[in-house]
Design a protein around this ligand. Structure first.
Ligand code: FES
Ligand code: FES
Length: 165
């Protein structure tokens, strides 16, 4: 079936079988390997992407369900190739990753939270990443990373407002 997806701001028509998951469509049909396959049955969150503003597990959606929708993967987070966005940079700063397998999903879950909550409590942060499993960090540094990213985003918004941008 022809399916029209807008992935990282770019419209793409891809041919998928009705049973193909969004995860497989992103990795295999669109060639975006940054979305990781973990459990592939909705438990680990490694496959998290943003669909129309919500963090979703791409292994639990069919690609055809996303026809006409806007999808953000980890490849679309930074402004330019080779750069890091604020959330990614904060993960580096606080050592919020080790092996990195969970990290794309964690970053996208964090971005979905920060899009609607500028000053999240630790409880809100923990809730936002509660569907994402990390086997390495113990979560403390990940929570710290998201707290730091929120602070940096608030400060840059304030600076932009003061500069009249
Ligand atoms: S791969 Fe989708 S939740 Fe684990
Ligand atoms: S950094 Fe290894 S699973 Fe999270």
């Amino acid at each position: 079936m022809k399916t029209e997806l807008t992935i990282n701001g770019r419209s793409r028509a891809i041919d998928v079988e009705p049973r193909m998951t969004l995860l497989d469509a992103l990795r295999d049909a669109a060639g975006l390997k940054g979305t990781h396959a973990g459990c592939e049955h909705g438990v680990c969150g490694a496959c998290t992407v943003i669909v129309d503003g919500d963090a979703v597990r791409s292994c639990l959606m069919f690609a055809v369900q996303c026809d006409g929708m806007e999808i953000t993967t980890i490849e679309g987070v930074a402004a330019d190739p080779g750069e890091l966005d604020v959330v990614q940079d904060s993960f580096c700063e606080t050592h919020g990753l080790q092996c990195g397998y969970c990290t794309p999903g964690m970053v996208l879950a964090a971005k979905a939270l920060l899009a609607v909550e500028k000053d999240p409590s630790d409880e809100q942060i923990r809730d936002a990443i509660s569907g994402n499993i990390c086997r390495c960090t113990g979560y403390g540094q990940i929570v710290e990373a998201i707290r730091l990213a929120a602070k940096r985003l608030r400060e840059s918004n304030t600076a932009a407002m003061e500069a009249g941008e």
